[in-house]
Design a protein around this ligand. Structure first.
Ligand code: MN
Length: 497
């Protein structure tokens, strides 16, 4: 896909929260700094100016309903990593809140999918991704960043395309789904699908366009009939439109049904948006009066929302010529929540919020909306298997307080308890690395072996090639039982214990 050239005015036009003069100035200011910092840099296409990438990232954030601070952070997200302007300078200019978001995005950028692709590993990687971002807005910026990178993936070498597409499919799309951002999840999946399974992708595109082409006239007719009927019955129809299932979810469903398109009942649907919750049920009644419903296909996700919070009524009707058509009925708010998930809460509430705030606020002044998200997070946590009990324990009020995550120079993630040292890190990497450790660097600086590693640091271990040297002193400061047992084992073997 060709990247469309946009300006800061396009971003501002698409902001969905109220912007006063101060907030608009913040966005313009962030843009000016980013533009200047990236001046002369090009995107991989060799044609587009680099600033187009942060602009597109900011545009996505604006469209899903985020506020001025997140949009500013989105504009600046690649500045510390790719330009001469430092995070400290950004903090001086834009304050701690925005610079902390940018820092979070930079750190999340270090998480890469490498090596093992087992399910447990992937699940840990997703958890870690969320864990590292104590501010949920950081995850949203990262998702917007990834979405634009996927949209311009064709400019990268094939090998990189495969790695990034796989990472998108396995890590980013599931996270967007968990956060209830259906719109971004669908776009990420469709883009990744295109690179990972080009033949199946082409097949599905053709199938969908053939089917839609055949039935479009029909659908348009039903939509206008249905609208007339609803208006006649006194329902205010805010919006009614035809929609097709998104490509990758269609393909997944086809695979489950022996590639038989006749078995996919929700290939093409009609969505009806009404003002009030009560209108949803009235609308369902009116639709069923006019069109015969398919038995067993009525789903009331309003009284029983999906685990990620999704609310809507679904029913499948027999259209003319015996085509099945899925009808989705919901309010505007439910629709925004389905498309934009956790992000939509910035539209529906003025207050800024972070995950930490959710947990720290006392129960009495937490509005119902917030409680819903907390419940969802808890439900998500409940999804974790029994083996994750220990992990859940660490979730508690302080959201991942007892865990830190450090990186190897290659970007692999090492999960450690708080106050862990380079020795703990070394043994986590490999017992032989631990046994041969002579020194350590954190983010490129030499640190003592009893140094307390901080979240997100890149730890480099220097080792002695020819001898092992675990020392009794190490036992005084190591935090993990893994390190302790290896050190003791070695000391015993050498006769020191
Ligand atoms: Mn970026």
């Amino acid at each position: 896909m060709q990247d469309t050239k946009i300006t800061i005015e396009d971003v501002l036009k698409n902001v969905r929260v109220d912007l006063d003069i101060k907030k608009e100035a913040l966005i313009r200011n962030a843009y000016a700094v980013a533009e200047n910092a990236h001046l002369g840099q090009k995107r991989k296409s060799g044609v587009d100016d680099y600033i187009q990438h942060p602009l597109h990232t900011a545009l996505i954030l604006a469209k899903i309903g985020l506020g001025s601070k997140t949009i500013a952070a989105g504009l600046l997200h690649d500045v510390p990593e790719d330009t001469t302007i430092t995070l400290i300078e950004l903090e001086q200019k834009f304050g701690k809140e925005i610079s902390a978001m940018i820092d979070g995005v930079t750190k999340l950028g270090k998480i890469k999918l490498r090596g093992s692709k087992e399910n447990i590993f992937l699940e840990n990687l997703r958890k870690m991704f969320l864990a590292m971002a104590s501010d949920i807005r950081v995850v949203l910026i990262k998702l917007a960043d990834r979405l634009h990178n996927m949209e311009t993936l064709s400019y990268l070498p094939p090998e990189k395309q495969q790695r990034i597409a796989l990472e998108t499919m396995e890590i980013f799309a599931p996270i967007a789904n968990r956060l209830g951002i259906g719109e971004i999840k669908a776009r990420l999946e469709n883009l990744a699908f295109q690179y990972l399974e080009p033949e199946n992708y082409a097949f599905t595109v053709k199938l969908l366009s053939d089917q839609y082409g055949q039935r479009k006239k029909n659908i348009d007719k039903i939509i206008s009939e249905m609208k007339k009927e609803l208006v006649k019955e006194g329902i205010t129809v805010l919006d009614i439109f035809g929609r097709t299932k998104h490509l990758y979810s269609l393909f997944r469903k086809l695979k489950r049904h022996d590639m038989d398109i006749g078995k996919v009942y929700d290939l093409i649907g009609i969505r009806i948006i009404v003002p009030e919750l009560s209108n949803c049920y009235e609308t369902l009644g009116i639709v069923h009066k006019k069109y015969r419903p398919l038995v067993g296909r009525i789903k009331d996700y309003i009284s029983l929302p999906k685990p990620n919070g999704y609310q809507s009524i679904h029913t499948t009707i027999f259209g003319p010529e015996e085509y099945f058509i899925e009808v989705q009925i919901r309010t505007k708010k439910m629709d925004d929540e389905a498309e934009f998930g956790i992000a939509s809460h910035w539209i529906y509430s003025e207050k800024k919020r972070t995950l930490k705030n959710f947990f720290l606020k006392s129960k009495h002044n937490v509005p119902e909306e917030e409680l819903k998200w907390v419940r969802q997070l808890r439900e998500w946590q409940n999804d974790l298997g029994e083996n994750d009990q220990e992990f859940i324990e660490s979730l508690k009020i302080d959201f991942f307080k007892n865990h830190i995550f450090a990186f190897t120079p290659l970007g692999d993630i090492i999960d450690l308890p708080e106050d862990a040292t380079p020795i703990d890190f070394a043994y986590r990497v490999h017992s032989e690395v631990g046994n041969r450790t002579t020194g350590a660097k954190a983010n490129g600086k030499i640190v003592p072996l009893d140094y307390k590693i901080k979240n997100g640091e890149v730890i480099e271990i220097t080792t002695a090639r020819n001898h092992k040297n675990p020392s009794r002193d190490w036992l005084k400061f190591v935090r993990t039982s893994l390190a302790k047992s290896h050190i003791k084992k070695h000391l015993k073997k050498e006769g020191f214990l």
